[in-house]
Design a protein. Structure first.
Length: 423
């Protein structure tokens, strides 16, 4: 047992109950829950999960133990379910945890039910995304000088959505007064927890702008980056490779990366590899048209779509890439793609939005460019292609940053400090 683990074990947290809309290993939140369970298991701390929306069991963690899981119907209902708070409270009482760790929920009444006057468990809420503070969940404005929206949740949000100014996470969803009231209720329920955990200084700024009273109990925790066993030796003679990975949807900016290839004046073959799930078929169709234009005008450009990759395959993609581009055009809470690329030894060019600067420190661990600007993205790519030493220095510094500050050990240490402050 390490010193950090002994510190957490000494806090008396022998059982943690996670509450999340989903179970399984499907996204960043689910990956985090499993990773934390793996870190805590050697200390004798058991992990449980209340979830909805995904059938099946949680993946097995070391020593053939599983995160115990309880299905709570309605927990994943984005419009709320009046019976869910009592179902959650009944399950919490039966499991009797020392810590209730809330993740993605959609109804403030769940927190109200948990905040019993005689409770003996702590309540931490990990805010992973913008759902509590943004109706469209993206904090992105179309055709604005500053594409990231910092506006607190209010009636103005409904007005901006109606005017078509806001980018929607779910394009077909419409919003009314009832949606705003429910979201504000969820946001205010943050006052009923012992501590709030966020993934970046950007997220903390957004939350406190919406709810100033929670400032003193809001903590930025160093999120552990998924470890990689890949150690790929890049060949200096290989064709330069650029990679993009993520959800294939407008806010992730794939079209900007493709457009940037048009601006490149490099007269040599370049391979551009795309990986991810197509979330918006219409958008993907537009991207494919751009691909055709690029390859027609620039025969030395080769663009490949690899489909949806496993974690291991993504690690190999980053490990083989000279440059990974993260051209997001929304309020990225953290931008984990950039961290995983750095972890695998690639140089990173990313948009200066949201929490991406947690990992990409300009001139030190990567390059940040103006968002929604394909020409600026192209200039940064050209700089790195032309300067192999700079590319190597940024990649090495980025890997060192991830390996030193964003490990499981560092996360446990910070989490222990939060729990101690709550005590």
């Amino acid at each position: 047992m390490t010193k950090n683990q002994e510190t957490i074990a000494g806090l008396g947290v022998r059982s943690i109950l996670h509450i999340n809309e989903k179970g399984g290993k499907f996204g960043g939140t689910e990956e985090y829950i499993i990773s934390l369970a793996q870190l805590l298991m050697p200390m004798g701390t058991t992990s449980h999960l209340l979830y909805d929306g995904v059938h099946g069991t949680m993946p097995t963690v070391p020593e053939k133990s599983e995160i115990s899981h309880t299905f709570i119907p309605g927990l994943g209902n984005r419009d709320g379910d009046a019976e869910v708070p009592d179902r959650v409270l009944d399950a919490v009482r039966e499991i009797n945890p020392d810590l209730v760790y809330v993740h993605n929920i959609f109804d403030g009444r769940v927190i109200q039910a948990l905040n019993q006057p005689d409770r003996k468990y702590l309540i931490l809420w990990y805010i992973h995304d913008h759902f509590p503070t943004c109706l469209t969940e993206l904090r992105a404005r179309r055709n604005q000088a500053d594409i990231v929206c910092y506006q607190p949740l209010s009636q103005a949000c409904l007005d901006n959505i109606a005017a078509g100014d806001c980018v929607k996470r779910h394009a077909q969803r419409n919003f009314a007064d009832g949606d705003l009231k429910a979201r504000i209720s969820l946001l205010k329920s943050l006052g009923g927890v012992d501590a709030i955990v966020v993934v970046s200084e950007f997220m903390k700024e957004i939350l406190i702008a919406n709810l100033p009273d929670i400032s003193e109990k809001t903590y930025v925790l160093p999120r552990q980056v998924r470890p990689s066993n890949k150690r790929i030796q890049r060949s200096t003679a290989a064709v330069p490779a650029i990679a993009w990975a993520g959800r294939i949807t407008w806010e992730k900016g794939l079209h900007l990366a493709i457009e940037a290839l048009c601006y490149l004046q490099v007269k040599e073959k370049i391979v551009f590899k795309i990986a991810g799930v197509v979330e918006n078929e219409s958008y993907w169709s537009d991207c494919l048209k751009l691909v055709y234009q690029v390859e027609s005008k620039n025969p030395w450009r080769s663009i490949q779509y690899l489909g949806h990759l496993s974690y291991e395959e993504v690690d190999r993609l980053y490990g083989e890439a000279d440059i990974v581009v993260v051209p997001s055009i929304w309020g990225e809470p953290l931008g984990a793609v950039a961290a995983e690329a750095l972890r695998n030894g690639a140089a990173v060019v990313a948009s200066a939005v949201g929490g991406i600067d947690t990992w990409v420190i300009p001139g030190k661990t990567g390059i940040l460019v103006k968002p929604n600007d394909a020409a600026a993205l192209s200039e940064a790519i050209a700089l790195l292609l032309d300067d192999r030493e700079l590319r190597s220095n940024l990649a090495n510094a980025g890997r060192e940053l991830i390996n030193s500050k964003f490990t499981g050990e560092e996360h446990l240490k910070a989490l222990a400090e939060v729990i101690q402050n709550c005590r």
